[in-house]
Design a protein around this ligand. Structure first.
Ligand code: PEP
Length: 254
């Protein structure tokens, strides 16, 4: 059975003390809520990762994630962080290809393929984001865009490595806008992604791949989205900054 995941993406929010308080609250509130194949991940800014990992050490189904990693193992890349460094402080997941990284930092599918390799080489799990812009949706090109994002970003992987991946469908027009994809729109794309995975790696791999939805997910709309056959949880931005909202989203699993 594939894993169900609710992952928070704090983006560039929370100073050190505020981050610690938020994470401690989340940890306390979720510890009796996650069970079976369910997992909670909190993807925080780099400065928090070491401390959050220490806090999460005994929480079996709560993990810490980063929001990016450099593609090289080490070297003269001022300001960057490698996957090996992340791994050394207990990080387990890394968001790659978030639309903000693609838009503001020029990350393209070819670069993201290299980052995916670096993350996997260090035994971390990529949460690989894909999704179309509003213009691409309105022009009807969105299936094509999503297909090329997965083909160029992650379809070079062996089936074994691909199985370690989490995918997140995040329509760019729904991120931070308060506009959520309808459950039908999201399910349509999730089913499409799973079909493409089945064509490439076979139906067993496809059935076992966790595909998250992200884009203005909140405690009110999460249950309907997560009830869709091919939606296995969510990547949560704004609502992950409030412990109550984030935990209410986690609770919709039950
Ligand atoms: C995100 O940034 O991954 C995201 C889904 O943001 P929000 O929930 O705020 O739309």
């Amino acid at each position: 059975m594939r894993k169900k995941i609710v992952a928070g993406n704090w983006k560039m929010n929370k100073n050190y003390n505020d981050g610690l308080s938020l994470f401690s609250e989340v940890l306390n509130m979720v510890k009796d809520e996650v069970r079976g194949e369910q997992i909670v991940v909190v993807c925080a800014p780099y400065i928090h990762l070491n401390s959050l990992s220490a806090l999460a050490k005994d929480a079996k189904q709560v993990f810490v994630g980063a929001q990016n990693a450099h593609q090289e193992a080490a070297g003269a890349y001022t300001g960057e962080i490698s996957s090996e460094m992340l791994s050394s402080v207990g990080v387990r997941y890394v968001i790659l290809g978030h639309s903000e990284r693609r838009q503001y930092f020029g990350e393209n599918n070819a670069l993201l393929a290299k980052k995916t390799d670096a993350v996997l080489q260090n035994n971390l799990k990529p949460i690989f984001c894909i999704g179309e812009t509003l213009e691409e949706r309105e022009s009807g090109k969105y299936f094509e865009v999503i297909k090329s994002q997965i083909e160029e970003g992650v379809f070079h992987l062996s089936a074994d490595d691909f199985s370690k991946l989490v995918l997140a469908y995040e329509p760019v027009w729904a991120i931070g806008t308060g506009v959520t994809a309808s459950s039908e729109q999201a399910q349509e794309i999730h089913a499409f992604i799973r079909t493409e995975i089945a064509k490439k790696y076979g139906s067993d791999v496809a059935e076992n791949t966790t595909i998250l939805y992200g884009g203005s997910c909140n405690p009110k709309n999460a249950a309907e989205l997560f009830a869709q056959k091919d939606i296995d949880g969510g990547l949560i931005g704004g609502a992950s900054l409030k412990s109550r909202d984030f935990v209410d989203i986690v609770k919709t699993f039950n």
